[in-house]
Design a protein around this ligand. Structure first.
Ligand SMILES: Nc1ccn([C@H]2C[C@H](O)[C@@H](COP(=O)(O)OP(=O)(O)OP(=O)(O)O)O2)c(=O)n1
Length: 124
């Protein structure tokens, strides 16, 4: 097990930065000599594959209620894993492309707020 991996597997992580996850994924790939496979295109295709696996969980279920009240715990756990696979490939893709994802996402939220201003609430 590489540096940082024990930490994320053994206890519930309440807060971790995108940068920390990036470094863990970099170490993970280095330890397995996978860096040669982690090209932007390969990572993008792997991520899209995981989006497909994520979609399969929702496929044929009909509309799903917020909080997934009627789901089995095992299905919720599976959902968490597929969401994580998408996130991890996205973070790795951004890192390999030398995009600071936290910075880019924060700037994009600001841009969205300018494009879609919230309606002004009247004082009553
Ligand atoms: N070359 C690789 C292969 C895997 N992973 C990591 C990123 C994902 O989080 C996870 C994906 O692993 P699998 O390809 O085994 O996919 P699943 O975990 O979805 O397994 P399965 O497809 O059997 O459900 O492993 C990676 O970084 N680089």
């Amino acid at each position: 097990m590489g540096e940082g991996e024990e930490n994320v597997e053994d206890k519930k992580v309440m807060d971790i930065s995108l940068k920390d996850l990036s470094r863990i994924l970099e170490d993970f790939a280095k330890a397995r000599d996978w860096e040669k496979h982690h090209s932007p295109r390969n990572l993008l295709l792997a991520m899209v594959g995981e989006v497909g696996e994520l979609s399969e969980i929702f496929q044929w279920r009909g509309e799903v209620e917020k909080g997934l009240p009627n789901w089995e715990e095992a299905d919720k756990e599976h959902l968490g894993e597929e969401l994580s696979d998408v996130l991890l490939y996205l973070i790795r893709l951004a890192d390999i492309c030398e995009i600071d994802l936290a910075d880019a996402a924060t700037k994009k939220i600001v841009k969205n707020a300018i494009k879609y201003p919230a309606p002004i609430k009247k004082l009553s």
